[in-house]
Design a protein around this ligand. Structure first.
Ligand SMILES: [Mn+2]
Length: 327
């Protein structure tokens, strides 16, 4: 290093290292920690269960009881947290603001449940989310298989009424079954039938599997996305949802297996990571009240590309959440 250069950020006061433990302020990007080290909190956020002054609690639901094919999404929250160090050192491109300056975001740790009592899991996840929402704090959930979105939606609907769902997925997750089953491909059937979500004001993006009964959902399937492009997708979504309260749920298998091999039920012909990121960016201005990133199964990943895509998308969710004009 030549004389006169500024000391690089990584050489700053070591007392401030590992923000997950040392944070004095819940806001702010952590620029000085090495990407290869530190506790696996999401985006260097402080690990805490104190919800005072918090805007968003990031929490994992390490569930894979409900998967119909390859298990392993229980390791998704850890993998996304680890990959999030790659997107933590500067504000997300190409945004003009830093969501971590606008929002106090914490890592709330994980929802713990009894894996041996699957019938209890729905209520356990619901209570976990209820506890956060009752403090007027929003959630960014890291999955875990997609079934967990069902009790999360129940919790949100109790506060907001029937929700507009913006749902990225290769699958509709609206196949019908008995209400007491725990299945990651049927929970949105029950959510719609029970009025937890308003299917007529909800949009599913990237679908490429057959379901002859789409209920009332608005569907922009993977062909529509590829033929019309991300900006048109975002415009269509905004037309449908208006200024209603929106919950955003993203199954990482919406991405093509070339971009996200690390997931339980991959389907060829999906979105690129770039297309998905651009659609999310185009959603700035919606009334986003909660979000999740589900189905990352790192056992099947290659070079952590799936976990990194998950972390990058989740960071974009925070940008859209911060840009909510009604908040
Ligand atoms: Mn899926």
């Amino acid at each position: 290093m030549s004389a006169g250069n500024q000391v690089p950020p990584i050489m700053t006061d070591k007392k401030d290292w590992d923000n997950a433990f040392t944070a004095k302020d819940l806001k702010g990007t952590v620029e000085h920690s090495p990407m290869f080290g530190g506790a696996l909190s999401f985006m260097r956020r402080k690990y805490t269960r104190d919800l005072a002054g918090v805007d968003v609690a990031v929490t994992g639901v390490p569930l894979d009881t409900a998967t119909s094919n390859r298990p392993g999404a229980r390791f998704g929250p850890r993998a996304i947290r680890a990959a999030s160090t790659n997107v933590s050192w500067t504000r997300p491109w190409p945004w003009s603001f830093d969501p971590l300056e606008r929002l106090a975001v914490i890592d709330y740790g994980d929802c713990e449940f009894d894996y041996g009592s699957p019938a209890s899991i729905t209520a356990t996840v619901r209570a976990h989310i209820d506890g956060i929402l009752s403090a007027d704090v929003g959630t960014l959930v890291l999955g875990g298989d997609h079934y967990a979105t069902y009790p999360i939606l129940q919790s949100y609907a109790a506060r907001h009424g029937p929700l507009c769902l913006v749902h990225f997925d290769a699958h509709s997750d609206t196949w019908s079954d008995d209400a007491d089953r725990i299945d990651h491909g049927t929970m949105l059937y029950h959510a719609a039938k029970q009025g937890v979500i308003d299917d007529s004001r909800s949009v599913q993006i990237g679908l490429r599997t057959t379901n002859d009964d789409p209920l009332g959902f608005n569907i922009l399937d993977t062909r529509w996305v590829h033929e019309n492009g991300p900006a048109a997708v975002a415009d269509e979504v905004k037309q449908v949802i208006g200024d209603q309260a929106v919950y955003l749920t993203f199954d990482i298998d919406c991405l093509d297996p070339s971009c996200a091999p690390g997931t339980g039920t991959p389907v060829c012909g999906g979105l690129s990571t770039y297309q998905a990121l651009e659609i999310i960016r185009g959603l700035a201005g919606i009334n986003l009240v909660g979000m999740d990133l589900m189905e990352v199964a790192p056992t099947y990943d290659v070079g952590e590309i799936t976990a990194l895509a998950g972390a990058a998308l989740a960071a974009e969710f925070l940008c859209v959440y911060a840009a909510n004009p009604l908040r």
